[in-house]
Design a protein around this ligand. Structure first.
Ligand code: ADP
Ligand code: ZN
Length: 320
């Protein structure tokens, strides 16, 4: 096999790349943002254009696909996208196999990123790892004994909705105190905003001041990134929200360590850029939660924004 085509259908962007097997660099690479009112048809149309300009008439030998939402990896059927309408039950693998006449592998982005980090990133040389993305939401993917583990219906690794605080705030899934509810960028931003609107006493004590400065008084602009920037400027309220998120994630990691005993946890997604204080709380809480005999490392993902594409390459190679 010589040429692999890697595709990434993200919630907000589409990317495609072509790789010669054995090379460390893309032969060609294309990326485009999804339009605001994107649906499955417009996404597929944009991807068709990207692939056309990548291939320039050449024929790939295999295709790997990362999809930002639940997928049945065995059949390559997309269940749905939480961000883009119209993806319900789209037979993505079949569609691409019919078009290109070659083998196509499809899986969800967290599983694909886990495989990417295992094959080309922070997990090279390890046998078992759990990859966690901490971004708009929180998701995870397993590599066990050198192979992806997806569970009975492809839902293994959903650490985002592991409950770590049963009396905590209500999550979109209907439960309270899920890891995602505490640690995701979107929820951290929302919680800080709500406190600033409701709790005037804290504002009067000067808490939240740095946040207000950063957004020029416009609370609509408070995001996870603003929470972490304000925390690093010493804002007490922002620190409380950020470290509560890190604590929730650390609890989740410690519990997963006790349950499955992987060698390594690899953390990706933009919230991991929140700084050393965040990492310290994650690591300390995870260690305190796990039994002393349960040993693991927690490291940063190394493939960055291209993780889904590298993972898609690894997936295509795995299924040869
Ligand atoms: P996606 O969810 O589309 O994969 P990202 O991984 O970039 O995207 O995650 C986006 C989330 O991360 C947003 O909620 C954003 O506010 C948050 N974020 C971005 N940078 C930081 C940072 N330095 N610290 C904490 N949160 C951040
Ligand atoms: Zn939940």
């Amino acid at each position: 096999m010589k040429l692999i085509l890697a595709l990434d259908f993200g919630g907000t962007k589409l990317a495609a790349a072509l790789l010669e097997v054995g090379s460390q660099e893309w032969l060609r690479y294309e990326r485009r943002l999804s339009p605001r009112n994107a649906n499955a048809t417009t996404d597929l149309g944009i991807m068709r254009e990207l692939v056309g300009s990548l291939l320039q008439g050449e024929k790939p030998d295999a295709i790997g696909v990362s999809f930002g939402g639940p997928v049945d990896a065995a059949t390559g059927v997309v269940r749905l996208s939480h961000h883009v309408p119209g993806w319900e039950n789209v037979r993505l693998r079949e569609l691409l196999e019919e078009k290109f006449g070659i083998r196509v592998s499809v899986d969800n982005d967290a599983n694909v990123a886990a495989l990417g980090e295992f094959s080309f990133g922070a997990g090279v040389g390890y046998e078992s790892l759990f990859y966690i993305t901490v971004s708009t939401g929180v998701g995870g993917g397993w590599i066990l004994n050198g192979k992806p583990f997806r569970g009975a219906s492809g839902m293994a690794g959903e650490i985002g909705h592991m409950v770590v605080d049963p009396n905590g705030p209500l999550c979109l899934c209907g439960k309270r105190g899920c890891v995602e509810r505490l640690a995701s960028g979107v929820y951290m931003g929302r919680d800080l905003r709500e406190i600033l609107v409701k709790d005037l006493q804290r504002l009067e004590r000067g808490e939240g001041e740095k946040v207000l400065e950063l957004v020029g008084g416009d609370l609509g602009l408070v995001t996870g990134k603003v929470v972490s920037d304000a925390a690093s400027l010493g804002d007490e309220l922002a620190r409380e929200i950020l470290y509560r998120g890190a604590w929730g994630l650390g609890l989740g990691i410690g519990n997963v360590g006790n349950l499955m005993n992987p060698q390594l946890f690899v953390l990706g997604g933009s919230v991991t850029k929140a700084g050393e204080g965040w990492w310290e709380v994650v690591r300390k809480t995870a260690l305190e939660t796990a039994l002393p005999e349960v040993d693991f490392e927690i490291v940063k993902a190394s493939l960055g924004d291209d993780a889904p594409l590298w993972g898609a390459v690894a997936l295509a190679l795995l299924n040869q």
